[in-house]
Design a protein around this ligand. Sequence first.
Ligand code: 3PG
Length: 209
Amino acid sequence: RNQQMLDLMALGPVIPVLVIEEADQAVPLAQALVAGGLRVLEVTLRTPVALECIARIAADVPDAIVGAGTVNRPIDADAARQSGAKFLVSPGSTAALLDEMDKTHLPYLAGAVTASEVLGLLERGLTALKFFPAEPAGGINYLKALAGPLPEIRFCPTGGIDLAKAKQYLALPNVPCVGGSWVVPKEALAAGDYARIETLAREAASLTP
Ligand code: 3PG
């Protein structure tokens, strides 16, 4: 499953981090992102309709690969799987959360920042990790430093990244993709401006890892 997560990370340079307030926005949003070239989508479990959004995208947008983000509580993992999530993302890692994510048999990105956290995940066979919160935690220089002793780890940095920073992260050997919410500005989604979202997705998709 770690390999499946590495394969998902290789599908595109950017995983958009989605906060969807209305279930009816889910399908047009996913369609706009896919049309722009981003197929791997993270719907965060931060709104009451998040699981419903995952189910709708899984059912109605076949070219999207929808996962659940903000998987914070152990019980979130199986709820996301039941809704149709194809992968899971957690901002950090606890033993209980990792156990429940393992039980879903889905690939997942577990969050880590420090070398000790990375080593703990490596002991569980995980090399595909989320680096969160990327910018406040030390950003590009920090990830560059981790590549020395931990060259096998592949990070998806997330938190405070925009298009320009994404380009710099993607130049690192240990960063195959980045995550971020900049591709879907809150106002654009609220206004139903899917054309703008598609344009931002296309810009993001054209970055090279
Ligand atoms: C996340 O959930 O990974 C982050 O909140 C996304 O960070 P951003 O909104 O700064 O891109």
